[in-house]
Design a binder for this molecule. Structure first.
Ligand code: SF4
Length: 285
C-alpha cells in the first residue's frame, strides 16, 4: 500500500486494510490537534484510488475490514464515496465494513437518503471527535463545529443505521474549564446516544496551538473529570472505552450495565493518582 506522510487510524482499525483516499484534514485548524499540521489537504484522483483498490484486492483478496484515511473522509462528495464503496464491494467479496473519520458538518451535508445508501454499501462506523459538549470551549479551540451540530449529525447517522464512535478529550478545558466541560459533555452525549464512546486524555504535544492561557490538568484532575462525566451519563446502549495509552486508568465497559461498577473503580483508584503533575505520560500518542 502506498502511504504519504504519517498515517493515523483509530486503535480499533489495527487489523483493517487502510487506503489513504485523501491526504490531511480539510479543516486542519483545531488548536489541540497536531495530526496533519504541515500536510496540505488534497483529495487523491478517483482513478488513482480505484487502481490502488484493484492492486490491493489482488494481494489481499480476503480482506473484510477497510478503513479510509485521512481526516474527515466523510467530507468527500456523496458520488465519490458511492463509487469508492461500490468498487470495494465488487473487489473484496468478503467485505464486512468500511469505516472512516467524519466531522459533524460533513455528516450533516449528506441527506438521510444518501447516508442510508452509503450504509447499504457497507459504510459502518464513523469516528467523530466531539472533544467537548461545551460550545464556548469548542469555539476557543477553533474546532469549526458546534456541539449542537455534532449532536444532530450523530443522531442522523445512527438513524440511517451507521454507528458513531464519539471521542471526548479529558482535560481539554484545563482546571478552570473542567466543571463546564464535564457537565456539558455528559449532557450532549446523553442526547447523542453514541453506540461507541472513547475518552482520551488531552496531552499538549508539539505542533498543537493551544491558547496561552491553557493550563494542563493533573493526572488526578483528568480522572476526576472522567468520574464527573460518568456520573452524568445516562446512555442506553453504548460501548465505553478509556483505554487509550493517554488514559491514566485503563477502563472499558458497556453502558448502562457497567456504569456503576466503573464509577466505583474510579472512586477507589482516584486517591492514589498524582495531584501535582500529569503522572505517567504515554511514550507515544
Ligand atoms: S481534530 Fe480532526 S478535524 Fe480537527 S484538525 Fe485534527 S483531524 Fe482535523
Amino acid at each position: 500500500m502506498r502511504y504519504t506522510d504519517r498515517l493515523f487510524r483509530p486503535p480499533a482499525e489495527a487489523g483493517s486494510l487502510i487506503f489513504q483516499v485523501a491526504l490531511g484534514c480539510p479543516h486542519n485548524c483545531c488548536r489541540f490537534c497536531a495530526m496533519y499540521k504541515g500536510v496540505p489537504y488534497r483529495v487523491r484522483p478517483l482513478q488513482e484510488v480505484l487502481s490502488e483498490f484493484a492492486a490491493a484486492a489482488r494481494r489481499y483478496p480476503a480482506a473484510n475490514r477497510i478503513f479510509l484515511a485521512d481526516g474527515d473522509v466523510m467530507a468527500l462528495p456523496f458520488e465519490q464515496l458511492r463509487v469508492m464503496l461500490e468498487e470495494l464491494n465488487r473487489l473484496f467479496p468478503r467485505l464486512a465494513r468500511v469505516n472512516l473519520y467524519a466531522n459533524g458538518s460533513s455528516i450533516n451535508a449528506k441527506s438521510p437518503v444518501e447516508l442510508e445508501h452509503l450504509r447499504q454499501l457497507k459504510l459502518s462506523t464513523l469516528y467523530l471527535g466531539l472533544e467537548s459538549g461545551d460550545e464556548a470551549l469548542l469555539k476557543t479551540l477553533t474546532k469549526g463545529e458546534t456541539a449542537e451540530g455534532m449532536c444532530a449529525a450523530v443522531i442522523q447517522a445512527q438513524q440511517a443505521g451507521l454507528k458513531c464512535s464519539v471521542m471526548i478529550l479529558l482535560g481539554i478545558g484545563g482546571p478552570a474549564g473542567s466543571a463546564s466541560h464535564a457537565s456539558a459533555t455528559a449532557a450532549v452525549l446523553n442526547r447523542m446516544q453514541p453506540r461507541l464512546l472513547s475518552a482520551l486524555r488531552f496531552v499538549d504535544v508539539p505542533g498543537t496551538a493551544m491558547p496561552a492561557s491553557y493550563q494542563a490538568v493533573t493526572e488526578y484532575e483528568a480522572v476526576d473529570e472522567l468520574l464527573r462525566i460518568l456520573r452524568g451519563l445516562s446512555l442506553e446502549k453504548t460501548v465505553f472505552r478509556a483505554n487509550h495509552t493517554s488514559n491514566p486508568l485503563p477502563l472499558e465497559g458497556r453502558l448502562p450495565k457497567d456504569r456503576d461498577a466503573l464509577i466505583v473503580t474510579v472512586e477507589a483508584l482516584l486517591p492514589g493518582l498524582d495531584r501535582r503533575g500529569p503522572g505517567r505520560l504515554p511514550f507515544m500518542l
